[in-house]
Design a protein around this ligand. Structure first.
Ligand SMILES: [Zn+2]
Length: 116
């Protein structure tokens, strides 16, 4: 198993890990920017790459009880958010299998002004 193998995303705007700049998600994969994380504002994504799941736990969030798991950047091991595994409230079911990423943990990179 090669845990350091990194996926590189294609797209005009990519969200990267603010610690190590691993590609995490595409702008097109954002479902909502109106979420609240542990450190302030957070985004809900359809798909996030280069992450590993922590242990499953039940957590009471503002919108009720959910089973979640923290998601960790596989490159630098920092926790960037969590995944909703199960929502107990019917109205929150749409979040199952989706990812919360803390805005404070990511940087946005525009490909046409990428400086490397
Ligand atoms: Zn990272």
């Amino acid at each position: 198993m090669d845990a350091k193998h990194q996926v590189y995303l294609q797209g005009d705007q990519i969200y990267t890990c603010s610690e190590c700049h691993a590609h995490l998600a595409r702008n097109d994969d954002i479902i909502s920017k109106g979420f609240q994380g542990r450190h302030g504002r957070a985004y809900l994504f359809k798909t996030v790459h280069n992450i590993a799941l922590g242990p499953k736990e039940d957590r009471v969030l503002m919108t009720g009880l959910h089973s979640v798991a923290d998601i960790t950047c596989t490159i630098c091991q920092s926790v960037v958010g969590w995944i909703y595994l199960f929502a107990f409230e019917g109205s929150q079911k749409y979040k199952e299998g989706k990812y919360i990423v803390e805005k404070a943990k990511i940087s946005k990179e525009n490909h046409w002004i990428q400086r490397e």
